[in-house]
Design a protein around this ligand. Structure first.
Ligand code: M6R
Length: 365
């Protein structure tokens, strides 16, 4: 069942190119945009007319949503609000018929996410579910569904379902942009082409990524800090979540600009600091943060695009991801961080598929 891999998690990490290809397949046949007219999908007039999107989810699905938020705002220019479902459901949320609430849940059975979606429906909002499981409760609690096509995920730590969620959110962002005329046609064509290339880029990354030296050097560490800005912050959150849940190492993930407001006090010569330094209009701000980390003597491990030749000057080690549009790089950047968490957990002799205290599906709040 593990297809020759030592664990389900490792198998699922290496399946990511294929499952993203499956998720994109018929939705990216057109050159100048994407099609989301799957059976059970939301009526497109809703997408064309929403005033605001609210994303609710838990754990890794929340982190996927956070990347989606930036893509939707950047490409479709629709304001997006987000909260973890366990908070949102108790916020007495202000919602109406021109709001679209997107519940992201791999299993389709997470109690808090379902409760938030039901509440949104009661308040008259439109509800879209993004889930991996056909027939799951989320599909019944929504007005429309977009499926990820990751296949069954066995490992408690979500990996392949995360990249598929992000891929679906990119598709949704592009479709919204097209319906609302928010992007010029040539930009739609270019971005659609880049999205279509994702499976190939993931394959390239899976075949070449090597985090062994970093894992060997830091697996006995007591604390890891992850920093990122913009969608890189979501990468930081997800990298930190993966490491803590399977290796039991304390981690923190911060918007890099917040570092000076507290977490910088945690840094010493031992601390590995994973800095998401993929391309973005504010990469220079991220580099300043990396310099500040270095000045405290901590270990800067950068995650950057292959095209960025200078980044090595600011890091002790660099993890490379393929060059593509900057908004798509966060999806790629998570993948080596999944493997890094995996290798560190293995070096610590842990059972990565079944981490302590965690359940694959959280059906109680
Ligand atoms: O099935 P869901 O996507 O709703 O699950 C949400 C979280 O419980 C899940 O992502 C959790 O954080 C994973 N263990 C992360 O690896």
């Amino acid at each position: 069942e593990k297809g020759g891999y030592e664990t389900f998690m490792l198998k699922e990490i290496y399946e990511q190119s294929d499952v993203v290809a499956e998720t994109l397949a018929d939705r990216t046949l057109r050159e100048d945009g994407v099609d989301l007219d799957d059976e059970g999908a939301l009526d497109e007039s809703i997408l064309a007319n929403v005033d605001r999107i609210v994303i609710v989810a838990c754990g890794t699905s929340f982190n996927a949503g956070l990347i989606g938020r930036y893509a939707i705002e950047e490409w479709a220019r629709v304001p997006v609000e987000m909260d973890v479902a366990s908070e949102y459901r108790y916020r007495n949320p202000i919602l109406g018929p021109r709001d679209l609430v997107i519940g992201i849940t791999q299993s389709g059975e997470t109690a808090d996410t379902l409760a938030a979606m039901r509440l949104a429906r009661e308040r008259g909002a439109n509800v879209l579910a993004i889930t991996n499981v056909m027939g799951s409760q989320a599909t019944r609690d929504a007005d429309g569904v977009l499926f990820t096509r990751a296949g069954l995920e066995v490992s408690v730590a979500a990996t392949k379902t995360f990249v598929c969620q992000v891929a679906v959110l990119y598709l949704l962002a592009l479709r919204l942009a097209e319906l609302r005329g928010a992007l010029p046609r040539e930009e739609l064509v270019r971005l659609t082409g880049e999205v279509r290339r994702l499976p190939h880029m993931i394959r390239e990354l899976l075949d070449s990524m090597d985090v062994e030296e970093i894992a060997q050097q830091h697996h006995a560490g007591e604390f890891f800090l992850y920093l990122g800005r913009h969608a890189g912050r979501a990468v930081a959150l997800e990298g930190a979540l993966k490491l803590k849940e399977i290796s039991y190492i304390a981690t923190d993930a911060y918007a890099a600009g917040e570092m000076k407001h507290g977490p910088i006090a945690l840094l010493d010569e031992q601390t590995p600091v994973i800095c998401i330094a993929t391309d973005s209009p504010i990469l220079d701000k991220m580099i300043s943060n990396m310099q500040e980390v270095r000045a405290r003597g901590a270990h800067v491990i950068g995650v950057a695009s292959e095209g960025n030749v200078e980044i090595g000057e600011h890091c002790e080690s660099v993890i490379r991801v393929p060059q593509t549009d900057w908004m798509l790089q966060p999806l790629l950047a998570v993948i080596p961080l999944q493997l890094l968490a995996y290798r560190i957990a293995r070096l610590r002799g842990l059972n990565v598929d079944q981490p302590r205290n965690l359940a694959k599906t959280v059906t109680v709040e």
